[in-house]
Design a protein around this ligand. Sequence first.
Ligand code: 5GP
Length: 210
Amino acid sequence: MPIDNDGVMIILSSPSGAGKTTLVKLLSKLDDFEISISHTTRKPRQNEIPNKDYYFVNEKEFKRLIKNQEFLEYAKVFNNFYGSTRTPVINSLNNGKNVLFDIDWQGADQIKNKKLDYKLITFFILPPSKKILFERLSNRDMKDKLIAEERMKQFDHDVLHWINYDYVIINNDIENCYQKIYSLIQAEIKNGSKDYDKDFIRSHIEKLTS
Ligand code: 5GP
């Protein structure tokens, strides 16, 4: 049974290229914070380390994990499967660790709907503008411009899910964005006051979607 000393679950989602993976890695350096390492059927990128960035598995293995009900959540994103296995997450939470999830809106919805007895804080990270997003995506996947263009199209759909998150954060500067998320997590854990301007976020989203 979850108790007061249990860790909290922290989800960061964003349209692709908004910088959430970097933010999750920065947050994981804090004491008592851990990343939930996802399974995926996607092929590793050049700079990715197996069993650290992801558990890279084939579709057969992924489907076996689904069948055995090992996933807390899973989803198909850009033609590949991604999922978070339940046991390591629950063990970490029970040991007082805060668990960070770098997952998409489908996974966030699933975890929210499970209504687990652990505290859950959800963040949606947005880029400062579409122009900057396209630059970030193009730099990342130089080999394939099509990937950047495909992910830009996806952006217009993904951004609509901001409404289901506790906090929306604009990533115009990684350090500043990190500090905002860190302060909000601390405020949530300690029940302190939260520095969050909902109207500003609403107008930013209107600009991104117009
Ligand atoms: P990428 O291929 O760029 O690493 O990730 C693509 C998308 O899949 C990102 O939005 C990422 O957050 C999401 N993702 C990564 N792992 C998981 C997971 O375990 N579950 C879900 N639902 N999404 C994930």
